[in-house]
Design a protein around this ligand. Structure first.
Ligand code: UDP
Ligand code: MG
Length: 224
């Protein structure tokens, strides 16, 4: 079984080498065949330089470079398109998702699930109004419209069998709804609790306006 890790990257220069070491540690321990597809989403810092440095010494670290900032979903979509693994695992590249969770995702895929969705249970320290409430409402609405209860659609870290996600066109904020979509198509979906860490380097790219974008794209997704 081959695993493709897909990393959307926007201004993560400090996080890139650390995440690479963490990923390598996990893969050295588990012995899975793997590739890492790092997608630079038009970063304005030294992210692209850091990415090139790694890929020069490691052919498993593959690169995509966007000239402009097209957004996380576009970066994920490009990485997923290129992925050749049997299982595709997108992850945030700011160290908030934890590579140590990868083996748990793979266990669930081996049990026969098509999508394994991460659930960051303790992720809102001190962000009650800007994060917790919008997120709870958005996840509730997504469950209402899609008919599938997933606590944390916004968690980038999910595992997909390749055939369930490749060929799905993703726009706007739609990477959040792929678990529901897979379930509409008869896929088996399960949630697992994942580690969620605080961002140490760089800044979040999103505020409250994201919630509205997510909800608009949810409506589009429903009609698609
Ligand atoms: N990201 C991206 N393009 C963007 C915004 C974000 O590729 O336009 C990446 C970012 O580098 C990170 C992930 O998407 O790896 C999640 O972004 P962020 O940490 O800003 O979101 P939050 O964790 O605050 O929800
Ligand atoms: Mg983040």
């Amino acid at each position: 079984m081959k695993i493709s890790i897909v990393l959307p990257i926007y201004n993560e220069e400090k996080n890139i080498p650390i995440l690479y070491q963490e990923l390598k540690e996990v893969f050295n321990k588990t012995g899975f065949d793997y590739e890492i597809i790092a997608v630079n989403d038009g970063s304005k810092d030294k992210s692209w330089l850091e990415m090139k440095n790694i890929s020069e010494t490691d052919r498993k670290y593959k690169l995509i470079n966007f000239k402009y900032n097209f957004g996380q979903t576009s970066a994920l979509a490009a990485g997923i398109k290129l992925a050749s693994g049997d299982v595709i695992i997108p992850m945030d590249s700011d160290l908030q998702n934890d590579p140590a969770d990868i083996p748990i995702f793979i266990d669930k895929i081996n049990e026969g699930y098509d999508v394994v969705s991460g659930w960051r249970q303790k992720r809102w320290k001190g962000n009650m109004f800007s994060r917790k409430i919008p997120s709870v409402i958005a996840n509730w609405l997504i469950a209402f419209i899609t008919g599938i209860k997933i606590h944390d659609n916004g968690c980038t870290m999910k595992a997909y069998k390749r055939e369930i996600i490749q060929g799905v066109n993703l726009y706007g904020e739609m990477h959040r709804f792929v678990a529901a979509y897979a379930s509409w198509r008869g896929g088996r979906v399960i949630e697992i609790i994942v580690n969620s860490r605080e961002r140490k380097y760089g800044n979040t790219n999103y505020g409250i306006s994201r919630t509205f974008k997510v909800l608009l794209d949810l409506i589009v997704f429903k009609f698609m």
